[in-house]
Structures are given as structure tokens and as C-alpha cells.
Design a protein around this ligand. Structure first.
Ligand code: CMC
Length: 430
């Protein structure tokens, strides 16, 4: 492997060395931080396709091989053997917990599930048909109006309390958004239940009746949450880091991540996939739809396909596909949309358009079918993603704040393409 790089001005012969920043796995980063000072030159990389914004020890992805590791552990091993709470501990702390550590962490998360009663009145300000992601963004942002005594970002204890509160409260906040949508009374958390069972309870129980948690549904959610827990510097996590780099209130930083997640190119894709399947409607319409996808003028994309980093199977999609078949079988659900999705996948994987662009199913292609089987409405799919990804956002925010070098305010440069300097003209002369 090359050990040194430099940037050469072909006209003047001037050269700037680019020191290598090396990690444990994957390509090194060429440090271009001094290029502007030394060459009066910016580097240009819209969408950050080749740019590392930070060093991180949390998650590793090899997009060509379809590898995803949390703190070194392959995601499929975690999905098969671990639990979401254990994975949350791992992502936050860097190591798998022993029994005592896990019990203490689990107990702390269970203890922090309630939200301040006055927050419940915030939901009243939303119209009944507000998208739950709009409510999530607003309510999580408004958590920044509380907890003033524990938001010193430099204090590790404060950061830990914030992490536990955020991970514990996000299901309560999302479930309340769901209840608002249906006009049902808000259900308080029941801390005897595990994380995903508690979420199901808050969403589906009503005060008038007993509600029994379906263990198949709770387990399916748990696996989905493990798979969504972190994905290194994706758009929402980068947004949390960027907002956090200003030293803003941590709940406000998480709220900015939720806003970024909402878009259909990111976490909103799970909702977009289900809408796409509804629109296609029948297997006989699959081929005409695929023709539209391949027509660049149509602006139609095959949602749930393609990824900025994976140029091979998204390892999460492989696990979710299996889970999808398992859950539907266990719940005895025959969903024609699964057949549609499989047909789309089959056509895409054998089509030159998709093969040549290395477009494969991503994490969102099958997750919506599972959520639907669990009785979760389409507009709650992205909030489900947000609940799981909160672990990653919090871990990255914490990692950044724990490292003083990581706390440099994120402030990209630009290539200016506007008008050159010109004189102000009085309105009478325009
Ligand atoms: N359907 C049809 N064509 C596609 C698709 C797709 N889903 N994705 C990419 N392409 C084409 C694109 O038109 C371009 O073609 P060409 O080279 O001829 O111009 C080429 O593939 C490269 O695409 P790109 O948009 O430059 O790639 P990107 O890395 O900027 O975008 C992406 C990645 C995920 C935004 C994109 O693949 C996409 O829009 N997929 C559908 C939305 C989706 O499923 N998003 C969820 C991502 S995974 C979960 C998450 O991260 O939140």
C-alpha cells in the first residue's frame, strides 16, 4: 500500500504532502487540512463521496464486501445472538457487557422511559394528521428545554445521563405520536417490560382492555433495531455530529438527526418502499414499473435499492429478508406485497441497469413488510428507524465530545459561483 501522497500543482510544480490518517480497517484518509493554507486551494467533494469527516471507533463498513461491524462484531452475529439493549451498550461503551453491567444498563434505560408530563401537552399543538416524524423532530427538540443541570457536554457523567435518557425516552415519544394520530389516549410506559415489548405496549395497548405482547413481534422488532442501530457517518449521524460540533444542546443535536433521517433517500425509504409496492399493486405491473425506473426522464427510483456505500448486498438486507419470511410465517400472514417485493428484487438483480450500477436491495427494502405485519402503520416506519438509530446518534455525539480534537466546529468551504463584486445601484437607476 502506498504510504505517502502529495498534491501537485501541475503548472508551478508546487507540492503539498498529505499525511495519511490510518485506521485499523479500510482505506486511510489523506489529510487535506493544510491544502488551503499552503496552496490557496479547496478540495471539492459534494456529497462527501471520498471525504472522511472524523475518526471513529464505533462502526466499520466494507461496502464492496458487504461487511458491517459494530465495535468489531459482525452484525449478523449480533442479530442472531444478542439483544438490542446489549448492542446499545456495546455501541456506547465499545465492549460487550458482563451480566452485571448489562443488568445495570438495562435497569437505567427502563427507569428513564417516562417523559415530563408537560411535554404531553406539546402533542396537542399538532394537527391530527401531522406526520409522526414532524412530531418526533419537534418533541425531541423540545427536550432541550429540560434537564439544564445535566447538559454540560464536557462532563462524562452528564453525557451518560443524556445517553440513557435519550435512548429510554425515544420509544415513549414515538408511541405518543402514534397515539396522537389515532386519537387514542397516551399509554404510559410499563418498565417491567423489555425495550421492544414496552414500545409495543405503548403503541397498541388501550386503557380499556388488557393487551398481551406477542413475543414474535417483540423479537422481530428487536432484530430490526439491532440492524438499524448504527451505520457510521450516514446523513443523519453526520448531521448530529455537525450540529453537535457547535456545542449545542444534545437533545437539539438529536432532533436535527431525526429531521435528516426523514428524507426518502435516507430513513424515509422504508415508508417509500411500501408506498411504491401499493402503487405497483400487482405482479403484472412490475415490469412496466421497472421500465419506468430505468427511464432517466421519469424521475422514478426503485426505493429500497442502492446505497452510497454498499456496492454489494447490504448485509442487513440479507438478514431482514430472512426475518421477513420467518415473521410472516410465524404470524400466519400471507402478504401479496412480499411476493411483489421478491419479484422486483429478482428482476432488478438480473437486469443490466442495476448490475452495472451495483444496485442491490438495502436495509429498507424488506423492513416495511415486517413492520406492516406487526400492525405498524406506514407513517410510523421511519420513527421505528429513528428509535433504533438514536443509539448510534448518541454514541457518535458522545465519541465526538469525549475527544477534544473531534470538537472542531464543522464548517465546510464552497466554490463560489455567484456574481463578482459589483456596485450598489440606487433603485431609481435599476
Ligand atoms: N433506482 C434506480 N436507479 C438508481 C437507484 C434506484 N434506487 N439508486 C441509484 N440509482 C442510479 C442513479 O440514477 C445513478 O445512475 P447514473 O449513474 O446513470 O446517473 C447511479 O445509480 C448512482 O446513483 P447515485 O444517486 O449517484 O448514488 P448515491 O450514492 O448518491 O445514492 C441512494 C444512494 C441510496 C440515495 C440511492 O441509491 C437511492 O436513491 N436509493 C433509493 C432510496 C433508498 O432506498 N434509500 C435508502 C438507503 S439505505 C437506508 C439509509 O441509509 O437510510
Amino acid at each position: 500500500m502506498t504510504t505517502s501522497y502529495s498534491l501537485l500543482n501541475n503548472e508551478t510544480g508546487e507540492k503539498v504532502d498529505l499525511p495519511l490518517v490510518k485506521g485499523t480497517l479500510g482505506p486511510a484518509g489523506a489529510d487535506v487540512g493544510k491544502v488551503y493554507d499552503k496552496m490557496d486551494l479547496f478540495t471539492y467533494d459534494p456529497g462527501f463521496t471520498s471525504t472522511c469527516s472524523c475518526k471513529s471507533a464505533i462502526t466499520y463498513i466494507d461496502g464492496d464486501q458487504g461487511v458491517l461491524l459494530y465495535r468489531g462484531y459482525p452484525v449478523d452475529q449480533l442479530a442472531n445472538h444478542s439483544s438490542f439493549i446489549e448492542v446499545a451498550y456495546l455501541i456506547l461503551h465499545g465492549e460487550l457487557p458482563n451480566k452485571t453491567e448489562l443488568d445495570e444498563f438495562d435497569a437505567s434505560i427502563r427507569r428513564h422511559t417516562m417523559i415530563n408530563e408537560s411535554l404531553l401537552s406539546f402533542y396537542k399543538g399538532f394537527n391530527y394528521d401531522a406526520h409522526p416524524m414532524a412530531m418526533l423532530t419537534g418533541i425531541v427538540g423540545s427536550l432541550s428545554a429540560f434537564y439544564h443541570d445535566t447538559t454540560n457536554n464536557k462532563d462524562p457523567k452528564h453525557r451518560e445521563i443524556f445517553a440513557h435518557r435519550m435512548i429510554a425516552k425515544i420509544p415513549t415519544i414515538a408511541a405518543a405520536a402514534y397515539k396522537k394520530y389515532f386519537g387514542q389516549p397516551f399509554m404510559y410506559p410499563k418498565n417491567s417490560l423489555d425495550y421492544c415489548s414496552n414500545l409495543l405496549h405503548m403503541m397498541f395497548a388501550v386503557p380499556a382492555e388488557d393487551y398481551e405482547i406477542n413475543p414474535v413481534a417483540a423479537k422481530a422488532l428487536d432484530v430490526l433495531f439491532i440492524l438499524h442501530a448504527d451505520h457510521e457517518q450516514n446523513a443523519s449521524t453526520s448531521t448530529v455530529r455537525m450540529a453537535g460540533s457547535t456545542g449545542t444542546n444534545p437533545y437539539a443535536a438529536i432532533s436535527s438527526g431525526i429531521a435528516a433521517l426523514w428524507g426518502p433517500a435516507h430513513g424515509g425509504a422504508n415508508e417509500a418502499v411500501l408506498k411504491m409496492l401499493e402503487e405497483i399493486g400487482d405482479v403484472k405491473n412490475v415490469q412496466p414499473f421497472m421500465d419506468k425506473v430505468k427511464d432517466k426522464n421519469s424521475g422514478v427510483r426503485l426505493m429500497g435499492f442502492g446505497h452510497r456505500v454498499y456496492k454489494n448486498f447490504d448485509p442487513r438486507a440479507t438478514i431482514i429478508r430472512e426475518q421477513c419470511h420467518k415473521v410472516l410465517k410465524e404470524l400466519k400472514i400471507n402478504d401479496p406485497q412480499l411476493e411483489l417485493a421478491m419479484k422486483l428484487e429478482e428482476i432488478a438483480l438480473n437486469d443490466d441497469y442495476f448490475k452495472s450500477r451495483k444496485l442491490y436491495p438495502n436495509v429498507d427494502f424488506y423492513s416495511g413488510i415486517i413492520y406492516k405485519a406487526l400492525g405498524i402503520p406506514v407513517n410510523m416506519f421511519t420513527p421505528m428507524f429513528a428509535i433504533a438509530r438514536t443509539v448510534g446518534w448518541v454514541a457518535h455525539w458522545n465519541e465526538m465530545n469525549a475527544d477534544p480534537a473531534g470538537l472542531k466546529i464543522a464548517r465546510p468551504r464552497q466554490v463560489y459561483t455567484g456574481a463578482p463584486v459589483r456596485e450598489y445601484q440606487a433603485i431609481s437607476t435599476r
